[in-house]
Design a protein around this ligand. Structure first.
Ligand SMILES: [Zn+2]
Length: 321
C-alpha cells in the first residue's frame, strides 16, 4: 500500500504543517529562470499533492535575485485551492510594501541574528536589522496580515561560529511583542545538530508560551531530517521543506537545500504521524523538476519509489547484498 492510500489522508486532518518553499528557497538557488506559467503549475501541483502552505517567492531586489523578480505578478495571478495558504518572504520595508500591494495575506518577515551575515546580506548590524524587522512586523500585523517572524543563522554562522541562544530568544521575544504569533527559526547554514535543536525548542516554548515555533532546516551536513525529528519530539509541529531538497543559498557558498518535502513526508507517515501530503503526487513533481533541471535532486524518496516500480520484487528496497 502506498503512503498516499493510508487512511486519514488530507491536509485538513494532518498532525503537522509543512510549508513548501520550493518556489522561493529552491528556485532562488538555480540559475534557470522559471516562467510565470511554470511557477503557477508548480504551485498547483504542490497544492494538489496536499501541501497546506506554499511560499511562492520573496520580495527582494530583482537585480540581486532575478529568479524572484516576478513574485508580485505571480501572487496577483494565483488562484490557490481553498485551504491552501500562499506566503512570501519579506526582508525590508520595500518588500512589505510590495507584498501588501499585490494582496498577499500571509508574510514571513525575517532578519539574521549573526552580525556578519546581516552586514553582508542586509547591509546593517544584526541589532539594527532585527529592530527594523520588529517595526515592520508591527506594521504588517496592524494592516491585518498573518505574520511569521523569522530569524536566520539561529544555530550557527559560517562567519561567526556559534550563536548565543539568549540572543536568539531575545530577538524572538521582540518579534512576538510586536504581534508575531508564529516565529521561524532557521538553520540557514545547516550547522545545527539534533540535541541543539531540542534544547532550543524547549527554551523557546518556555520563554514564548503560545507562540508557534516553525523550523527551517538546511541539510548542508546531512542532519536536516534528524534535526526535524528532534524538533518534532520537542513539540514543534510546523516545518519548512523543499521538494526534491532543491536549494542552497545564493549568498552562502556550499550551502545545501532544505529538508526534502518527500523525505519528511515519508519519515512522519512511517511513524504514524499524518502529514496530509500524497507522496506519489509529490514524487511526480520531483521527477518533473529533475527533468526540467536536467539533474537529480538530493531527496531520497523519489529514487526509492522509482526503483520500487522497476524492481520485479516491488519491495522498495534496492538490492545491496
Ligand atoms: Zn533557507
Amino acid at each position: 500500500m502506498s503512503i498516499s492510500n493510508l487512511p486519514g489522508h488530507d491536509r485538513m486532518h494532518a498532525d503537522i504543517c509543512f510549508e513548501d518553499q520550493t518556489l522561493r528557497d529552491g528556485l532562488q538557488s538555480v540559475s534557470r529562470l522559471f516562467t510565470l506559467a511554470e511557477k503557477r503549475k508548480l504551485v498547483d501541483r504542490l497544492a494538489g499533492a496536499g501541501l497546506e502552505r506554499i511560499q511562492v517567492g520573496s520580495f527582494v531586489h530583482p537585480g540581486r535575485v532575478p529568479q524572484m523578480a516576478d513574485t508580485d505578478e505571480l501572487i496577483r495571478t494565483l488562484h490557490p485551492p481553498h485551504g491552501v495558504v500562499i506566503s512570501g518572504l519579506v526582508l525590508n520595508a520595500r518588500g512589505l510594501e510590495r507584498a501588501m500591494a499585490c494582496g498577499l495575506g500571509d508574510v514571513a518577515l525575517s532578519a539574521s541574528v549573526s552580525d556578519t551575515h546581516s552586514r553582508r546580506n542586509a547591509n546593517q548590524s544584526a541589532a539594527a536589522a532585527i529592530g527594523a524587522m520588529v517595526g515592520l512586523i508591527g506594521e504588517a500585523v496592524r494592516s491585518g496580515l498573518a505574520v511569521r517572524g523569522g530569524l536566520q543563522c539561529v544555530f550557527g554562522c559560517v562567519y561567526e561560529g556559534a550563536i548565543d541562544a539568549d540572543r536568539v530568544l531575545d530577538a524572538a521575544e521582540k518579534m512576538a511583542a510586536a504581534g508575531a504569533r508564529a516565529i521561524n527559526l532557521a538553520d540557514t547554514t545547516g550547522m545545527a545538530h539534533p540535541r541543539q535543536v531540542a534544547a532550543m525548542c524547549h527554551r523557546f516554548h518556555q520563554a514564548l508560551p503560545g507562540i508557534e515555533l516553525i523550523l527551517h532546516l538546511h541539510d548542508t551536513r546531512g542532519l536536516g531530517l534528524a534535526n526535524m525529528l528532534a524538533g518534532y519530539e520537542a513539540g514543534v509541529r510546523s516545518f519548512d521543506v523543499c521538494t526534491g531538497g532543491l536549494g542552497g543559498c545564493p549568498f552562502v557558498r556550499g550551502a545545501a537545500g532544505n529538508v526534502p518535502t518527500e523525505d519528511a513526508v515519508h519519515a512522519f507517515e512511517a511513524m504514524g504521524v499524518s502529514t496530509g501530503v500524497d507522496l506519489d503526487a509529490l514524487v511526480a513533481v520531483v521527477a518533473d523538476l529533475e527533468g526540467t533541471l536536467g539533474r537529480r535532486l538530493p531527496g531520497r524518496m523519489a529514487g526509492v519509489l522509482r526503483a520500487a516500480r522497476t524492481n520485479t520484487g516491488d519491495c522498495g528496497d534496492a538490492p545491496d547484498g
